[in-house]
Design a protein. Structure first.
Lengths: 472, 198
């Protein structure tokens, strides 16, 4: 009889150390990724209780959130950031954890670094004190964001308690139209299912649209699972997954790699796999998508008008009115043409090579609008180096973008990169929450990197499909 | 160490908005720290700055311990700084229509009672608390009720989280450590830790 378990349940069962009478599973964790913001208090808990890191070889740290992307000389100008940097250096040194720090050429956003180094592999359980850990699900792993108390638990025991979620298959079929990207697919899914639609679920993304995506595109989709409420999102491993991983530093070689690849492929949900729920979407219904509000579900296709409060579902009026007021946007108006002040290309959602190549292709030969400050922040030092070998930095700089060092930067503005006052930012990041980009009154419009590039040049939200010379 | 939490009582503070994210609960700039000390002062900092009438600005609610909130409370980031800031502000229980998952898990880790209730009941509770900020709200985890004056509403909590608080076994680290032998054995069954031949 065939195994009708979906990938999630196969991987979960493999890591189930014990199930308590209350249905909580003590789950073994294969890979624990660490960064400087959510770990210092966890290491302090270990010190207080005289505990060691249980599996230092399955624990890898890097620095990303607070990293300055312009002047990286030490000590940092921000004393608090310097203190955090010193803390993770000391903690990793004392507890024997590998730290990919600024001097290490592999440093970058933790969710870019994991896959890039081949640390992220199919069939693993992966945790990190960061909600965008769902990114790693693109490889067919169970990858979830955890809080600091959980970080301490995983450091000390390589396990944590979790309740098994339900699994919803989110199917997208068909070809994406020119100018429509993975970012638009996930924004559309969140728009359809809502920001809490995924609470209690893991999302399996499937269908011919997902199958056709590159690994980097799949990471973009899985990355924003949490914005739809799903703590975990994943995609079944296939030959693309295997080929992406082949030859990466932390991946086995030779016969062991072949055994690994064969095992990875067995994990995929079969055609008759069982799910708790399923939704099906058509790629043809997805436009280049832009958020207009203060949650990632408040988005429209770029050719569509903003919603009218009167047409909203009962109970939604307050949210929509609050969002329109904060954003300074009027109901029923087109989103296209909304003036912007800042353009940000970066974040764990969209800062990989394919994102930078596509954005560079759009800006080549154009100039950023006079009124716009535009920055590109590569996701890792390796991405940055590769982009520079390809000359992308010259394309961006010639157009008027600033070319920065790797980090999280203006996605959450814990470093010096921040919006000022009520600035509006066209951003390739993942959250448009009030104040997210560093100014309490700053405003964020989420969109694909290509759309950010077009907005930077036009000085306003543009439709990439109509953008001069884009030839999408 | 037993630290049983069978009920939480104190005055309430209403915040009946939906999709309150963790960036609003504690803006990211306050995450530049290596301890959680002092985060209570910055709970809802930016919302409070922009809205003088924000409940966390109102002196009548200043000693509140029970937060009454809307749908999808605590969505967004995994930062434990969010429930830490509420806890350090004085909140011991949150009654909401629903919670984001990571936020809920973080509350459990901290012994903050996070329970849900239907919206119409929450609206009544919020109105009662708004009308009389001195009203004592009692969240009983054993009976799964929240009482305030004449009002008594049913609340829900997943049984695992509820049992942990009631029995005082929400020190999950201790429980996880107690299974260390089982973990060592389990490692031997994980293919990627055994050359993919396990």
């Amino acid at each position: 009889m065939s195994d009708r378990r979906n990938l999630f349940n196969k991987v979960w069962d493999l890591h189930d150390v014990r199930t308590l009478p209350n249905d909580q599973t003590q789950l073994f964790i294969g890979l624990h990724l660490i960064h400087e913001v959510t770990s210092p208090q966890a290491f302090e808990i270990l010190r207080d209780r005289n505990l060691k890191v249980a599996c230092p070889n399955q624990t890898v740290a890097t620095v990303d959130h607070i990293v300055p992307t312009a002047d990286q000389s030490r000590p940092f100008q921000d004393g608090l950031a310097e203190k955090m940097m010193s803390a993770i250096e000391r903690n990793c040194d004392e507890f024997g954890v590998t730290l990919l720090d600024l001097k290490d050429g592999r440093q970058g956003i933790v969710h870019v670094v994991g896959p890039e180094q081949g640390l992220t592999q199919p069939g693993m359980t992966i945790v990190c004190g960061d909600s965008h850990t769902s990114t790693h699900g693109a490889f067919g792993s169970i990858a979830i964001g955890i809080g600091t108390s959980n970080v301490a638990q995983v450091l000390a025991t390589q396990t944590m308690f979790l309740s098994r979620p339900k699994v919803r298959r989110v199917v997208v079929n068909g070809d994406l139209a020119p100018g429509v990207y993975a970012k638009d697919v996930i924004l559309y899914i969140i728009q359809q299912l809502g920001v809490q639609g995924g609470v209690g679920y893991a999302y399996e993304y499937a269908g011919t649209t997902i199958d056709a995506m590159s690994m980097e595109e799949r990471m973009t989709v899985c990355n924003m699972s949490i914005e739809g409420g799903a703590r975990c999102g994943y995609i079944n491993p296939d030959e693309k997954t295997v080929e992406y991983l082949r030859g990466r530093p932390s991946v086995p070689t030779g016969d062991e790699f072949e055994r690994a690849a064969a095992w990875w492929l067995t994990l995929a949900s079969g055609d008759d796999a069982e799910f708790d729920d399923e939704v099906v979407y058509n790629a043809a219904d997805i436009e280049p998508t832009v958020t207009w509000g203060i949650t990632p579900a408040q988005s429209v296709g770029v050719s569509q008008p903003l919603p009218n409060v009167a047409d909203c579902d009962a109970g939604e009026e307050t949210l929509i009115s609050e969002a329109l007021e904060f954003m300074g946007l009027a109901e029923g108006e087109p989103v296209k043409g909304t003036p912007i002040d800042v353009a940000f290309i970066g974040s764990c959602t969209n800062s990989r090579m394919s994102d930078l190549r596509e954005a560079a292709r759009i800006v080549a030969g154009h100039k950023v609008a006079d009124s716009v400050k535009a920055i590109v922040v590569p996701g890792s030092q390796l991405v940055r180096e590769q982009a520079m070998q390809e000359g992308l930095h010259e394309v961006f700089e010639a157009a008027g973008f600033e070319w920065r060092e790797a980090g999280c930067s203006m996605c959450l503005a814990m470093n010096p990169d921040k919006l000022q006052g009520r600035e509006v930012c066209a951003s390739s990041s993942n959250r448009n929450f009030k104040g997210r980009q560093g100014s309490p009154t700053g405003r964020t419009l989420l969109m694909s990197p290509a759309m950010v590039a077009a907005a930077a040049i036009e000085g306003r939200v543009a439709d990439i499909r109509e953008f001069a010379g884009a030839a999408v | 160490m037993t630290n049983t939490i069978k009920s939480v009582s104190g005055t309430g503070i209403p915040l009946m908005l939906d999709d309150i994210d963790t960036d609003r609960i504690i803006p990211a700039r306050y995450l530049r720290c290596v301890t959680f000390d002092g985060l209570g002062d910055h709970a809802f900092e930016d919302d409070r700055q922009q809205d003088p009438r924000h409940p966390f600005n109102a002196s009548k609610f200043s000693g509140a311990t029970v937060l009454v909130a809307g749908r999808n409370f605590g969505c967004g980031s995994s930062r434990e700084h969010a429930p830490q800031s509420l806890m350090r502000w004085g909140i011991k229980a949150v009654i909401a229509e629903s919670f984001a998952e990571i936020f809920f898990g973080n509350c459990c880790s901290l012994g903050v009672a996070a329970v849900t209730a239907p919206r119409d009941e929450l609206d009544k509770l919020a109105a009662a608390v708004e009308a009389d900020a001195t009203l004592e709200v009692v969240v009983c985890l054993e009976n799964l009720t929240a009482k305030a004056g004449d009002l008594c509403i049913p609340v829900k909590m997943p049984s695992s989280a509820r049992e942990a608080l009631i029995t005082g076994e929400w020190d999950y680290l201790g429980q996880l450590l107690s299974a260390s032998c089982a973990v060592k054995e389990h490692v031997l069954t994980v293919p990627y830790l055994n050359g993919f031949s396990a």
